[in-house]
Design a protein around this ligand. Structure first.
Ligand SMILES: C[S@@+](CC[C@H](N)C(=O)[O-])C[C@H]1O[C@@H](n2cnc3c(N)ncnc32)[C@H](O)[C@@H]1O
Length: 247
């Protein structure tokens, strides 16, 4: 069962829409903080590397309507289908391209072609160090000089209980007490038991990567990036790092 769960974890979540329904508010907040770092532009290309079901489109849709173009890639077909559906719902299909790609395989774009690359919680499930570094080197290669990678991965402080507590507080402040009660008693028990606790176990057993800030920065450096600002996000359960490609 654990093997099956590990193998089908994202696929089942994307197909059933459980991923959307059970995403904790702190995760959305991490996406908001990611998108807030993108310099305001009327055009340009964004690569969402390991895009899953394209949840980031929720926060990018205005920038895309203004003229930016989005490229989402993932290993999983089920996620990509969902991302395309989302783009149709938001009426931004003409700005959205999604296709299958292994981040550690051949780079899916030309050198120096992307303005922004976002890797939101996608690198940490690539267990093999060489493959993860290759994925980052691919990102460095396709990024334009002057472009920016915004990468987020779990930290050693990942704690399911803290993420739920922080998410409830965010819902209470942003959406009111009754929404917080619904999340607390209906959705978040499932979020914790089906999702966050499983991820925590994977991180604690070393099957997926929980980073120190220095370790994460070092990986980006090895791939060629200059390290920019970093933030602790996701109830201190993750680091968000900016990597720059300088001339
Ligand atoms: C936690 S989900 C994050 C999805 C999305 N970035 C988000 O934040 O909603 C991790 C995603 O990384 C993808 N992934 C893992 N390893 C990958 C690889 N080697 N190449 C492409 N995608 C990969 C998985 O298929 C999954 O969709």
């Amino acid at each position: 069962m654990p093997g099956w769960y590990e193998k089908n974890y994202w696929k089942t979540g994307f197909k059933s829409r459980l991923y959307d329904f059970l995403t904790p508010e702190a995760y959305f907040e991490s996406m908001r903080r990611t998108v807030a770092l993108i310099p305001e532009k009327k055009e340009g290309k964004i690569w969402d590397a390991g895009c899953g079901s394209g949840l980031l489109l929720v926060f990018l849709k205005n920038a895309l309507k203004e003229g930016m173009n989005y490229f989402g890639t993932d290993l999983l077909f089920s996620g990509l289908e969902k991302a395309k559906l989302r783009a149709r719902e938001f009426e931004i299909s003409e700005r959205v391209t999604c296709f299958q790609n292994d981040l550690s395989g051949t780079p899916p774009f030309n050198e120096n072609s992307m303005d922004i690359i976002i890797a939101h919680f996608s690198l940490y499930t690539i267990f093999d160090d060489d493959k993860r570094l290759q994925a980052l080197k691919n990102m460095f290669q396709v990024l334009k000089t002057g472009g920016m990678l915004i990468a987020t991965c779990p930290s050693k402080n990942y704690d399911a209980d803290k993420i739920i507590k922080n998410s409830l507080e965010l819902v209470r402040v942003n959406k009111g007490i009754s929404n917080a009660m619904i999340k607390r008693f209906i959705f978040y028990p499932l979020t914790k038991n089906l999702g966050l606790s499983f991820i925590q176990k994977q991180l604690e057993s070393g099957k997926w990567i929980a980073y120190t800030l220095e370790g994460f920065q070092e990986e980006l450096r090895q791939a060629g990036f200059n390290i920019g600002p970093s933030k602790s996000v996701y109830a201190e359960g993750a680091y968000l790092l900016c990597g720059h490609k300088s001339s």
